[in-house]
Ligand binder design. Structure first.
Ligand code: ZN
Length: 269
């Protein structure tokens, strides 16, 4: 069965990963701008990263028949320096019309600090002005619930943002309900040990349903699994779920959310 991985950092992955993903049925991926594993020293580093996301990565994916889309921002980990963050943000508008850019992301909070919140709000405003979709990163573990609340409140303060055009990612058992109740889309990240495993994601579907929710691998330079989405498909089948349900969470839901951008297209097989 085919699938979309709507959150994966392919700049950190090998070409072999693209090959294995294509063999497992991957039709398209979306790659949010993120922390590189170290703090970049200047806005030029981000400029080159944005070029990589919009120029070289789409052609690497195309070799395997995978469509590559991206989201741009300065991530919350590097937003602690508002001067740098504002300079990086000033680079983004020129990239937004590039053919594979779907919106602003992954923005959000990391330590729930005041500087992070200020830069988060500035990104939300940019998305409102340019009518962009938003992909949101939520903090880890003990900060997640509080961070998710702060994020939802900040988005709601901007009255031009439709929650149906915002996906709040890395939800877990203690945050999924509040995200869905507020009208946002929710993303579950499947990691080998932290965040949700494929088994926990299957439990969450069984408890909270399959509306406005997707799964992704968030594969990056750390311990992560670029085949996590097809592995969750296998887990859902093992539990006796229908092919309809498997297709909904791994293909149709991402397609529905992402198609709100006219640029999003997949090559159906
Ligand atoms: Zn990510």
């Amino acid at each position: 069965m085919t699938y979309i991985d709507p959150h994966i950092h392919m700049v950190s992955r090998t070409t072999d990963d693209y090959q294995r993903m294509a063999q497992a049925g991957c039709l398209a991926i979306t790659e949010p701008a993120f922390w590189a594993g170290f703090d970049r020293s200047s806005p030029r580093g981000f400029y080159d990263y944005f070029r990589q996301l919009t120029e070289s990565e789409p052609s690497r994916a195309a070799q395997f028949g995978i469509r590559h889309f991206t989201w741009l921002c300065i991530n919350p980990k590097e937003a602690e320096d508002p001067g740098l963050a504002r300079e990086v943000m000033s680079l983004i508008p020129d990239f937004l019309d590039r053919p594979n850019v779907l919106g602003i992301g992954e923005i959000g909070l990391n330590k729930n600090s005041r500087n992070e919140l200020e830069i988060f709000e500035a990104h939300v405003e940019l998305a409102a002005q340019r009518n962009q979709l938003i992909l949101v990163h939520t903090p880890h573990l003990e900060d997640k619930r509080k961070g998710t609340r702060l994020i939802m409140d900040a988005i709601r303060r901007n009255s031009r943002i439709d929650p149906g055009r915002v996906l709040i990612d890395h939800v877990e058992e203690h945050t999924v309900q509040m995200v869905l109740d507020a009208g946002f889309w929710a993303g579950m990240t499947l990691y080998p040990d932290t965040k949700c495993t494929p088994q926990r994601a299957a439990d969450i579907f069984e408890m909270y349903g399959t509306e406005r929710i997707w799964i992704n691998s968030a594969g990056d330079w750390g311990i992560s699994d670029p085949l996590a989405v097809p592995k969750c498909q296998v887990e859902l089948r093992r539990r006796g779920h229908t092919e309809d349900l498997v297709r909904r969470v791994s293909l149709q839901n991402p397609q529905t959310f992402l198609s709100q951008s006219p640029k999003f297209k997949v090559n159906e097989r």
